[in-house]
Design a protein around this ligand. Structure first.
Ligand code: ADP
Length: 797
């Protein structure tokens, strides 16, 4: 179904947006086709607009149920400032103000109203609301309907009835987290029958997910220190308790700028902590899970869980605070076996057994008084069968909740209880079965979390499966388990900006120039040819200074391969931007190197070893970067490190042959790199004997492997789904970098002779000049392969 035009017009008119986010479109399509809908979409996907926008064009009121009373006023103010007639009713307003607003609603003064679910407890209120025509009933944070969810709100259970009373308007339930049980509860609780369920967008492509198992607390602390030292900040470190916040701050504060945040702090202190962290005054916040709501810091690069999160969905929510700007960020969970033992201990104690409840209750009865004063610690010692103080505390809470005891006063350990109801302990009306069920559920949640921790599969996939996201990933965006098969380049902010610059330069040059000219313009080359053409006047001239010419070339090649750019193989190979390129121009973080690549496993040992060495070199670079206070790419680019792995230099001389390793770099860092390589070779001596192609970049390797199978060019091209020209480019690059490629498989002896003769006359700098001298049958591809051989021979290293 096509969306009504008015929605596009009002999107622009009231919200100022030019287009919908993809999932918004889907939601609105379902709604306007008359469906009820449960939409489970992650935070930040623009859920609110899905019910706010309809308010601008539906004939009738949009009623939004939301538990977030503290946010209602801001939401309504923001809608009003956009010219949408909105109001809210919740317990923060006094009775007469509530009545005044209700009257306005009935008079038709509003298009959209926000209501706290508890308001519907009042029949009078509900009756009055039935006087208006409700066009859409939107239930925000719909997971609150589930007792298994983290923010259960009993009033949500009445919403099915409320809807009926309101004349069964169309319904949309929205939430960012819903596990299978919660999903079931939403559907059942709202009495939905004929409806659509949309679960999408849970993949977080820019997050690198990792779990680090540690032996003990001491190692955990060291690991935390290491992580914070070698990864980009700002960081959020989540811990379990207030005390832990203090403890970790004390541990870190002489090394980092850290601030704390926990529920025990006064609200103004909490606000201050949050503001200071958001403003960038501190690099690290050590927080309990109270931290997060309303934190809108886009450049958090690291989220570390020092202790286990409550559930996997809580974990997902918390790591969602990393990398909101879309750029690469890391999420590391530190785990030691005892963490889950401790969790189990808490769960066990939280749901006391029948005999324990009876023992505690009997104690109170035995005092023969209406009011009993106890000292908590003494009581614990007195009651023999209690496994822990926690169990005592949970039992007392249970007896209070079930209406048998009432706490009338408490001071420190001294607590006075009133016995509200006296029955035989065996007659206590407590649903022990339900307690066991709750306990089982908690265990279930814990085991799901442990499943994530222990999985050997892709962590991203594990999370998607868990949430039931319909869109499967066909590759891993980055996790410790898939590291060996990882092929994507990490989209760091620096790389994102470079891609943006490259794309703009291609546009500015009007698609009339090739890869080298683009790279020269970007790096501000002073070449005569360039200046002669006036290309130094282009606005993108010289705008890149933090990447080398070679890097830019290889990134342009990758962009071509991923189809953000395309190469026009005419007489002069030129580069143009594609539709996909335009799409990512302003959102470089959405770049997907795998656009046309398929997941391919690099699973042979040589590759694993090479990747391992590469990681070691990267670690070294990070350490040096801290030590010398230099940006990592200044020390060595990724490509340089990759080339080190390829060449495995053994001494200064060999090292200097590696592109990107000049005298100066060598003097400063050369020895350190050599040492790491040599140490590695002692463990993996095989590596030195294995023939390795130019780049670790999987794409060359794949072409190389197919070449080794003896396939002709056309078949390699078909197999890889890439143009023959691209395959030739790969082979040429491999040749140039010293890999043995037998070009006679693709070029006949007479053709080779002709090309050589032409090169003898005009050199090999301009393919076109060679082409003009040879037989028409000989195409550019053949010429390129021969030229590559010359380049290899004559290229200075
Ligand atoms: P969610 O409720 O899913 O977490 P929000 O409704 O709070 O997400 O929206 C997240 C952000 O996205 C808001 O800043 C909102 O203004 C913005 N946004 C929503 N829809 C669009 C759109 N179509 N184009 C651009 N920005 C949008």
């Amino acid at each position: 179904m096509v969306l009504p035009k008015i929605l596009y017009q009002n999107l622009k008119r009231y919200f100022g947006y030019n287009d919908f986010r993809p999932r918004q479109k889907e939601v609105l399509r379902y709604l306007f086709a008359g469906n009820d809908l449960v939409a489970i979409l992650p935070t930040g996907s623009g859920k609110s607009l899905c019910y706010q926008l309809p308010a601008t064009c539906l004939s009738g009121l949009v009623v939004v149920v939301s538990p977030l009373i503290s946010l209602m006023k801001d939401q309504v103010d923001s809608l009003r400032s956009r010219g949408i007639r909105a109001t809210y009713i919740n317990s923060s307003l006094n009775w007469s103000e509530q009545q005044r607003r209700l009257k306005g609603i009935i008079q038709g003064d509003y298009n959209i109203i926000y209501i706290a679910p508890e308001r519907f407890e009042s029949n009078v209120f509900l009756d009055r609301l039935t006087q208006v025509k409700v066009a859409l009933f939107a239930i925000d944070e719909a997971h609150c309907i589930s007792e298994w969810g983290h923010d259960f709100r009993p009033s949500y259970l009445k919403l099915a009835q409320v809807r009926k009373k309101l004349g069964n308007p169309r319904l949309i339930a929205l939430t960012a987290t819903a596990t299978p049980e919660v999903r079931k509860d939403i559907i059942k609780g709202l009495g939905l029958r004929d409806f659509k369920l949309l679960i999408k967008g849970f993949e977080r492509r820019n997050l690198y997910l990792e779990v680090k198992q540690v032996e003990n607390e001491l190692v955990k602390k060291e690991e935390l220190l290491r992580i914070l030292t070698y990864n980009p900040l700002p960081a959020i470190v989540y811990v379990g308790t207030r005390n832990r916040v203090e403890e970790i701050i004390a541990f870190l504060e002489d090394k980092f700028s850290v601030i704390g945040y926990h529920g025990g702090m006064k609200s103004h202190e909490r606000r201050r902590s949050q503001e200071l962290f958001m403003a960038g005054s501190y690099d690290i916040v050590i927080a309990t899970n109270a931290f997060g709501m309303g934190v809108d810091k886009s450049d958090v690069r690291l989220v570390v869980h020092y202790e286990l999160p409550g559930t996997l969905e809580a974990y997902y929510q918390e790591i969602g605070r990393a990398g909101r700007d879309g750029f690469a960020s890391k999420c590391i969970l530190l785990y030691q076996e005892e963490d889950s033992d401790l969790r189990e201990f808490f769960i066990d104690n939280d749901y006391p057994q029948k005999d324990i409840v009876e023992e505690v209750y009997s104690f109170f009865l035995a005092q023969n008084q209406q009011e009993v004063e106890v000292n908590f610690n003494q009581l614990y010692l007195q009651l023999r069968n209690l496994p822990s103080k926690l169990a005592l505390d949970a039992t007392l809470r249970l007896l209070r909740k079930e209406g048998y005891l009432k706490r009338i006063s408490s001071k420190d350990q001294e607590i006075t209880y009133q016995i509200l109801e006296q029955v035989e302990p065996k007659q206590l009306e407590i649903d022990y079965l339900q307690l066991q069920y709750l306990k089982k559920n908690k265990y279930q949640k814990l085991s799901e979390l442990k499943g994530y921790i222990g999985t050997k599969e892709c962590r991203h996939q594990y999370i998607l499966n868990y949430f039931g996201d319909e869109e499967a990933l066909n590759y891993c965006p980055g996790c410790d388990n898939c590291d060996e098969v990882r092929q994507t380049r990490v989209i760091t902010k620096e790389l994102g900006i470079l891609v943006q610059k490259i794309l703009s330069c291609v546009i500015k040059l009007g698609g009339r120039f090739g890869v080298t000219t683009i790279a020269k313009v970007l790096t501000g080359s002073k070449s005569k040819k360039l200046l002669g053409r006036g290309l130094d006047k282009v606005s993108t001239y010289g705008i890149v200074n933090d990447f080398s010419y070679e890097d830019i070339i290889s990134i342009i090649e990758e962009l071509i391969e991923a189809r953000y750019l395309k190469r026009d193989m005419g007489r002069y190979p030129t580069v143009q931007i594609t539709k996909a390129g335009y799409k990512i121009l302003h959102q470089p973080y959405n770049l997907d190197w795998n656009l046309v690549r398929e997941e391919k496993e690099i699973n042979n040992l040589a590759n694993q070893a090479r990747l391992e060495l590469l990681n070691k070199l990267k670690d070294l670079r990070t350490r040096l970067s801290k030590e010398f206070n230099q940006a990592p790419f200044i020390i060595a680019h990724d490509k340089t490190l990759e080339e080190l792995v390829r060449r495995l230099p053994k001494n200064r001389e060999e090292m200097l042959k590696v592109r990107g390793f000049g005298e100066v770099t060598y003097r400063r860092y050369g020895e350190s790199f050599l040492k790491v390589i040599q140490e590695f070779l002692q463990v993996e001596p095989e590596l030195d004997r294995i023939e390795t192609p130019i780049c670790l970049d999987g794409t060359y390797e794949e072409t190389f492997n197919l070449y080794k199978c003896g396939l002709p060019l056309e078949d390699i091209s078909k197999e890889r789904g890439l143009a023959v020209g691209t395959i030739v480019d790969h082979l040429s690059k491999l040749i140039e970098s010293g890999v043995e490629i037998d070009t006679r498989r693709f070029i006949s002896a007479s053709e080779l002779e002709e090309i050589r003769a032409a090169i003898a006359k005009v050199g090999y700098q301009t393919l076109k000049e060679i082409k003009e001298l040879v037989n028409d049958e000989i195409d550019y591809n053949k010429i390129k392969l021969v030229v590559a051989g010359y380049k290899k021979e004559f290229m200075p290293n």
